[in-house]
Design a protein around this ligand. Structure first.
Ligand SMILES: Cc1ncc(COP(=O)(O)O)c(C=O)c1O
Length: 398
């Protein structure tokens, strides 16, 4: 069959592939210690669920305006102002079918063949494919474990060419948990201004930060508005992955263009999800620090546990809910090697140790593994035991 060049340029999300392989084993009755999904294991807070039920009972089940109901756009601007110190108006806000859809829309209206988009690596799996789908070229800028995977502005500047249209800043980052500090964000903004490049801040994990790191938006920087696009999502902050509700904050011209695209594709996000999101934006936020406190405990447990396993080194992630250990000392062709690369190691871990995780290759980081700790302490302990056994048994066999 002859499919289009644009669909042939992209691949199915590798994280979805890991989840599918783990689910297949689970359906066969295998007990999997599952560090695969980047999805909160907490339920959606009750007041949000009740708002959706109320919307159904009140028959708020019809089309809404394409960008979402005005009360939600207003509430998102007010929430973002309060939580992250920005100053957007509803005409600069559009709601989308999840943050991924927001990113897809923005990239679709801003870049095309011949353009370059700078993506710090390790990167979230969907950025390069969305860029490639538009015909533009992803350009990767390496971040480093020794900086906690923060983006270095000087490295970004070196990668800028006359073709660069957009820089994606994912902080806290999936997969590394890396947080780029506000001072470095300021430098990134200055570089973007100087070279006329858009700065897209993906804030899906904004409220999950540890230690010194605090929620921060590049939209809070002075004189940033005409250079910055913000992507937000209900998915992680409010444990609402399945509701599919994200948003874009950007200059009105960009927002209007994405509304045009959305009017010819999905139309509005689901009406009842919009009312649920309205409750999230206007209601109590106590569930967020509660989830964060639990993630913080799990982070300590998993990072310490990983570092106890010979051949694994793992830094403290500054945010999000992923551990991103380096396992390169146990890869290759040497006597001590467990597998030729981290992709093969991840497959072996799933099949032999029944531990599901995502290999670094998926994120442009061979030699690493991503473990989501959005799972209980008990399952973390069980997974660590299996990893420890696997790493020592094979070492003994080698
Ligand atoms: C960095 C990052 N951005 C955006 C998203 C999109 O999330 P959603 O489409 O559920 O809002 C994800 C989801 O995993 C993510 O990790």
């Amino acid at each position: 069959m002859q499919l289009t060049d644009r669909i042939n340029r992209i691949q199915i999300s590798p994280t979805a592939a890991v989840i599918a392989a783990a689910d297949k084993l689970k359906s066969e009755g295998v007990d999997i210690a599952d560090f695969g999904p980047g999805e909160p294991d907490f339920p959606t807070p009750d007041h949000i669920k009740q708002a959706a039920i109320k919307a159904i009972n009140e028959n708020k089940t019809k089309y809404t305006p394409t960008p979402g109901v005005m009360s939600l756009r207003e509430a998102i601007c007010a929430w973002h102002k309060r939580e992250l110190k920005s100053s957007y108006e509803p005409k600069e806000c559009v709601t989308n079918v999840g943050g991924k859809h927001s990113i897809f829309n923005v990239i679709s209206v801003l870049v095309q063949a011949g353009d370059e988009v700078i993506i710090p690596a390790p990167y979230w799996v969907s950025y390069p494919d969305i860029v490639k789908y538009t015909g533009a070229t992803p350009v990767f800028v390496q971040t480093h474990a020794e900086d906690g995977f923060a983006v270095r502005a000087a490295d970004v500047e070196k990668a800028i060419t006359p073709k660069t249209k957009l820089l994606i800043l994912d902080s806290p980052s999936n997969p590394t948990g890396g947080v780029t500090p506000p001072e470095e964000c300021e430098k990134l903004l200055a570089i973007c201004k100087k070279h006329n490049v858009w700065l897209m801040g993906d804030e899906c994990y904004s409220h999950f930060t540890y230690g010194e790191n605090k929620p921060f938006s590049v939209a809070s920087l002075p004189n940033s508005k005409n250079h910055v696009i913000i992507i937000g999502s209900m998915s992680k902050t409010f444990a609402m992955t399945g509701w599919r509700l994200g948003y874009t904050l950007a200059p009105a011209e960009i927002v209007t263009a994405t509304i045009k695209l959305q009017s010819q594709s999905t139309s509005n996000p689901t009406s009842i999800a919009q009312y649920a999101a309205l409750a999230a934006m206007t209601g109590p936020m106590d569930s967020v620090p509660q989830m964060l406190a639990e993630y913080a405990k799990r982070r300590r447990r998993i990072v310490d546990g990983l570092n106890r396993i010979p051949g694994i080194t793992c830094g403290d992630p500054g945010g999000a809910f992923y551990a991103f250990p380096n396992v390169s000392s146990r890869l290759g062709a040497g006597l001590n090697a467990l597998a030729k690369d981290s992709a093969q190691l991840a497959t072996m871990l799933l099949e032999k140790a029944h531990v599901a995780l995502v290999p670094g290759e998926a994120f442009g980081a061979p030699g690493y593994l991503r473990l989501s700790y959005a799972t209980s302490i008990e399952r973390i302990d069980e997974g660590l035991r299996r990893l420890e056994r696997f790493f020592s048994r094979v070492e003994a066999a080698a």
